[in-house]
Design a protein around this ligand. Structure first.
Ligand code: ADP
Ligand code: GN1
Ligand code: MG
Length: 357
């Protein structure tokens, strides 16, 4: 498909430097449709934004503009929203109503799909910790909640139960073992939501989608450059950001590895990330948060596993998939990781305590 021609009408609307030479699909995000746009002078990221997941495009882009302005004022490298020719942060296609946005391409960086080197993961932990520190001065009341109850795991469980009982696509028969695994753990999902409700866990401004490919590392030094994918910045718990990074990065395999013998929770990667993260947040972290860091790894892994399974049962309407079983394959890696984490709580706790000694 000639994307350059296909999207001419869209690329034309933005204040780009130079003449567009190519438009190609880019990256491994599961939510937006991402393209690399190359002109004869510069490179850009163009995204067709997902309106099923984020229905309030105006509110979302307003969040991103506010957060990136704030981060830039604090000296952080961040996403640079390229305006349309009429000064807007996104363009809604007149034909089909689909919204598009442009970011400057952050050059000389790498976005990893798997941890190849524990030091890189440690650096990313420190960067996500710093990010949280930087955002602590940001007035969260300015933000719209881009996805309601995003990390409310008990509500995610309810949605999962509903998908199981509806079995819309007749897929339940083929994933009974996975469904049973999740259901057997239904009483383990509420520690963070309960803690937030009682005030025992502080509400902070969090990223909420801290997987490794949402941070760009310098191609030469492997130090963190910019935290991207800011669509889910909202009030939340520090535990969400820690747990989600571990779920993705402390695995020995890709999120969609089919051979489960290759998928293991790697405690040495957990240690590397915890060292980086806690070196940044040790001053501000509360005793309760510290205590729940190991649990958060398990919780976010289970939550993601049940979200993939819910989507599989509902006909793959949320996450982008490349083949019919894709969400089930992803579910299986998450459940395998969670089952290994369950056996490692003590080791993880010891590591976290050592990090703040
Ligand atoms: P999704 O919400 O679908 O995950 P992302 O915003 O994370 O979309 O973008 C998908 C991928 O595109 C990222 O993982 C990263 O590799 C790449 N990417 C996004 N924005 C930029 C940017 N400004 N510069 C360089 N690469 C980017
Ligand atoms: C999605 O957008 P992306 O691909 O960075 C999802 C996360 C999941 C993740 C699983 C808005 O992240 O919550 O943890 O996939 N983002 C949204 O890989 O739902
Ligand atoms: Mg992403």
């Amino acid at each position: 498909m000639d994307f350059t021609k296909e999207y001419e009408n869209v690329t034309d609307r933005f204040c780009l430097e130079g003449k567009v030479v190519s438009v190609e699909p880019y990256g491994n995000g599961h939510i937006n449709r991402t393209y690399l746009v190359t002109t004869d002078r510069k490179r850009y990221i163009m995204q067709q934004m997902n309106t099923t997941v984020f229905p309030d495009t105006e509110g979302l882009m307003n969040n991103i503009c506010l957060v990136t302005e704030y981060l830039r004022s604090k000296g952080e490298e961040t996403l640079d929203v390229i305006p349309t020719k009429d000064g807007k942060s996104f363009y809604r296609d007149e034909k089909d109503g689909k919204p598009y946005r442009f970011y400057a391409f952050i050059e000389n960086t790498v976005s990893y799909q798997i941890v190849e080197d524990a030091d890189v993961f440690r650096n990313s932990g420190q960067a996500f910790g710093n990010f949280q520190n930087k955002l602590s001065g940001f007035d969260a009341s300015q933000l719209v909640e881009s996805i309601k109850d995003f990390h409310n795991t008990p509500k995610r469980y309810k949605a999962f139960e509903k998908a199981v009982s509806e079995d819309k696509c007749g897929r339940l028969e083929g994933c009974k073992a996975e469904v049973d695994f999740v259901m057997a753990r239904k009483d383990t999902f509420s520690k963070v939501t309960d803690g937030l409700e009682s005030g025992e866990i502080p509400l902070r401004v969090t990223h909420n989608d801290t997987k490794l490919n949402n941070i760009l590392m310098d191609a030469k030094t492997n130090k963190a450059r910019a935290i991207i994918d800011l669509d889910t910045i909202m009030p939340g718990s520090m535990l969400y950001d820690f747990g989600d990074s571990i779920r993705f990065g402390a695995s020995t395999a890709l999120e969609d590895e089919k051979d489960l013998d290759k998928v293991h929770f790697d405690i040495s990667l957990f240690k590397a990330y915890a060292e980086g993260f806690l070196s940044a947040v040790r001053e501000g972290i509360t005793a309760k948060e510290l205590e729940l860091l190991p649990y958060s790894a398990y919780l976010l892994t289970m939550e993601c596993g049940m979200r993939f399974l819910t989507d599989y049962l509902s006909g793959d309407t949320y996450f982008a998939t490349k083949y019919p079983e894709h969400n089930l394959v992803r579910t299986r890696t998450q459940l395998k990781l969670a089952s290994e984490m369950e056996k490692s709580f003590e080791d993880m706790s010891g590591i976290c305590k050592d990090c703040v000694k």
